[in-house]
Design a protein around this ligand. Structure first.
Ligand code: PGA
Length: 246
């Protein structure tokens, strides 16, 4: 499984960051890929601090590639600082006004710099008529329609229903509903590539994942990993969560 630890702005000091890095190193292996997504200013420090088994991600990336762009964290800078991945389109960025077109440009900037792009998609709420499915499809189409065929292999999708983010474990998606969603997402991907290629794109689930629900969410739901927020920012809860899916 691919486990992405999205520290958001929860981890605010280097001592806590070092402890989480060591925890990540301890639980890596056993077939799991651990990716840490610290706040951007901590990235190079943590890479230099010493790591063998974990990889690093940015939480967001600029659409520009460099030059006169004060304050932007670009994909080439992230790559040079040790990131192998970047998240794009997280709902907390979309809530700041990022639209599908901007997110598509960010994904392209990341791929151009050799990063793997983790694209977050997810509905704000569910309606009885299942119109949210069309919404998910439009989020996928907006990005995949602008990618070159060879770029698609460097994409990871993170399905994160907004209504399930930052809640308690009981409010995460039900495993049966997650299975339906991963099936739907793969079908939507097939509009842009062959079914064999679509089957190779990893789909993660995110939204109130914790040690108590991760095993059920991993079982027969069609996902290849998790994007974990709050529960990834404490050494004990993060270690317990990864061990729960061993
Ligand atoms: P959460 O966040 O695990 O705190 O719900 C997930 C995310 O927003 O990536």
């Amino acid at each position: 499984m691919l486990i992405v630890a999205n520290w958001k702005a929860y981890v605010a000091d280097l001592k806590a960051a070092r402890a989480l890095l060591r925890a990540g190193e301890r639980v890596a292996g056993d077939g799991h890929d651990i990716v840490l997504a610290p706040p951007a200013p901590m990235l190079a420090y943590l890479c230099d601090y010493g790591h063998k088994s974990v990889s690093f991600s940015l939480q967001d990336v600029s659409e520009v590639s460099g030059g006169a762009a004060t304050g932007e964290v670009t994909a080439p800078i992230a790559q040079a600082s040790g990131a192998a991945y970047t998240i794009a389109g997280h709902s907390e960025r979309r809530a700041q006004g990022e639209d599908d077109a901007l997110i598509a440009r960010k994904v392209q900037a990341a791929l151009a710099a050799g990063l793997t792009s983790i694209l977050c998609i997810g509905e704000r709420e569910r309606d009885a008529e299942a119109e949210y499915l069309g919404f998910i499809r439009s989020q996928i189409d907006a990005v995949f329609s602008v990618l070159q065929p060879q770029e698609r292999a460097h994409m990871v999708l993170a399905y994160e229903p907004v209504w399930a983010i930052g809640k308690s474990g009981q409010e995460a998606i039900a495993p049966a509903d997650l299975f339906e969603m991963t099936r739907y997402i793969r079908k939507a991907l097939e509009a842009h590539m062959s079914s064999t290629e679509a089957a190779q794109i990893r789909i993660l689930y995110g939204g109130s994942v914790e040690a108590g629900n991760i095993a059920a969410l991993a079982q027969d739901t069609g996902i290849q990993g998790f994007l974990v927020g709050r529960a990834s920012t404490d050494v004990k809860t993060f270690s317990a969560l990864v061990r729960a899916i061993r």
